[in-house]
Structures are given as structure tokens and as C-alpha cells.
Write a protein of this length. Structure first.
Length: 254
């Protein structure tokens, strides 16, 4: 990711926005991946996040190779377990599921994966992962056996993010879960943004430019879109233009 430890506070103050496309290898074919890469050639993104809750195919390694061969966009793993570690990627979100109380996803998987991560050249991004109720049970909350933070409780999310920051985590990821019926509320994004200085990633259920804009305006530094782009690659172009319009405006006013 573009911000290192020393730049993080600075990053949140610059207001520069970033766009990550989440690719679930289980839902992609080579043709659909190449189609997305075509769109990205004229509508750049900042990161690929690659991962999913299940592994039902052995597609991941192939998809990552395809991305590497055809794009310079950094590939960041978004793992649900150590099984998702792939050394071809550029980095990995080392997610600690701090909205939950399941030790396996707070520290257990990390212990098992630590030797492989240390031996790899992957850039590790220690991330406080916060699942938020989005109107229906998502795969992430079911698979992790955790209860997401209630949709209308921004203070709980803010305190959770604060605790994550105090524990030394360097990013916060507020996630309604893939295919969320409603994205994380602006009030919650704003409360978390206010509570911490580290970069804030927001995703889950962003399927219109209006929702993308709402998340950016509320304080997201990085927005993540998965599902809707898999179904409608044109949406990638729309969000790319939206995010770059924020950054262009910033540059003009500097
Ligand atoms: C899920 O935040 C990501 O973990 C993206 O969600 O697939 O709903 O865009 P969507």
C-alpha cells in the first residue's frame, strides 16, 4: 500500500483516496479476469485484493500469475486463513478480526502462518478487521463464528478501532461483508475516522457510485469493491473515475 508506518498519520491528513478491487478467485475465469484487466488499462485502480472465504477451486495461483503478467497494480492478499498465502503476491493484509471474540481469527491463524510469512517477501499489513452487520448474515461472519457489530452502533466500532490502533495495528478495515445488503453507514465510517489516525479501508455492499461517494466523503481512505464488479465490470470504470476526481481536486487545491 502506498503508505508506510511513518507516512500513515500524514496519509490520513492528505485526504488522498484509493480504490481496491477485490477478486475472489473462486468466482473468476481467465476470460473474466482478462476482461477486467482491459478495463483497468484505461481506468486505473490502486490495488487488487485477492481472496475469499472459501477455496472451492485451485484458481488462486493462476489468477495471481495472470494479474502479474498483465498489470503493474500491486496484488494484496485478503486471506481467510493461512491457506490463502501465495508468495507471488506483493503483500498481505494480516487481518485480526477485532470485532469478534474468536481467538482463531484474532491470533490463532497468525501463529500458524507466521513462519511462512517471515520467510516470504510479502509486505505484511497488520490490519484490524471489523465486521459490521449489513442486513443479513454474511459468509465472513458465518465462517468466522463471530457476531458483527450492529449497524447502528458507531461508538462500538470507534472504540474497537481505537483498541486496534492502541494494540499497534496499522490499518483498520470496516467491512459489511461481501454482498452486504447495505454498506457500512456513513455515521460509523465518520466515527471510526475520527477515532483513529491510521488509514481506514471500507468495503462491503458498495454497488453504486452514490454508495462509493458516501464512503469516501465519510472518511474512507481506501474503498473496496468486489461483488458488483464481478457482475458488472463497467462499475470499475465508474469508481475509478470517482476516486481520481477526488485526487485531482486535491492536487488542484494544493
Ligand atoms: C468484502 O469488502 C469486500 O470483504 C467487498 O465487498 O463484494 O460486497 O463489494 P463486496
Amino acid at each position: 500500500m502506498p503508505f508506510n508506518n511513518h507516512q500513515q498519520k500524514q496519509q490520513s491528513k492528505t485526504g488522498r483516496k484509493h480504490f481496491a478491487v477485490l477478486l475472489d478467485p473462486d468466482n473468476l475465469t481467465e476470460a473474466s479476469c482478462l476482461n477486467l484487466l482491459d478495463v483497468i488499462a484505461s481506468h486505473p485502480i490502486d490495488f487488487f485484493f485477492v481472496g475469499g472465504s472459501l477455496i472451492t477451486t485451485d484458481n488462486q495461483s493462476h489468477i495471481i500469475r495472470l494479474l502479474k503478467e498483465n498489470s503493474a497494480t500491486p496484488i494484496i492478499l485478503f486471506p481467510s486463513s493461512g491457506q490463502h498465502i501465495d508468495k507471488q503476491a506483493d503483500g498481505i493484509l494480516l487481518l485480526s478480526l477485532i470485532s469478534g471474540r474468536n481467538p482463531e481469527f484474532l491470533i490463532g491463524q497468525h501463529v500458524v502462518s507466521a513462519p511462512a510469512l517471515k520467510a516470504s517477501r510479502l509486505q505484511v499489513y497488520p490490519t484490524g478487521y471489523i465486521l459490521v452487520d449489513s442486513g443479513r448474515q454474511t459468509t465472513a461472519s458465518y465462517m468466522s463464528s463471530t457476531t458483527p457489530i450492529p449497524y447502528d452502533k458507531p461508538a462500538i466500532a470507534a472504540c474497537t478501532a481505537m483498541a486496534g490502533e492502541l494494540l499497534g495495528l496499522r490499518y483498520i478495515y470496516l467491512d459489511g461483508g461481501s454482498g452486504a445488503l447495505k454498506p457500512v453507514a456513513s455515521e460509523m465510517i465518520a466515527a471510526v475516522r475520527e477515532a483513529v489516525d491510521i488509514p481506514l479501508i471500507v468495503g462491503g455492499g458498495i454497488n453504486t457510485t452514490h454508495k462509493a461517494k458516501a464512503a469516501l466523503e465519510a472518511g474512507a481512505d481506501v474503498i473496496v469493491v468486489g461483488n458488483h464488479i464481478e457482475k458488472n465490470p463497467g462499475f470499475l470504470a465508474e469508481v475509478s473515475s470517482l476516486v481520481s476526481s477526488y485526487n485531482v481536486a486535491l492536487d488542484v487545491h494544493r
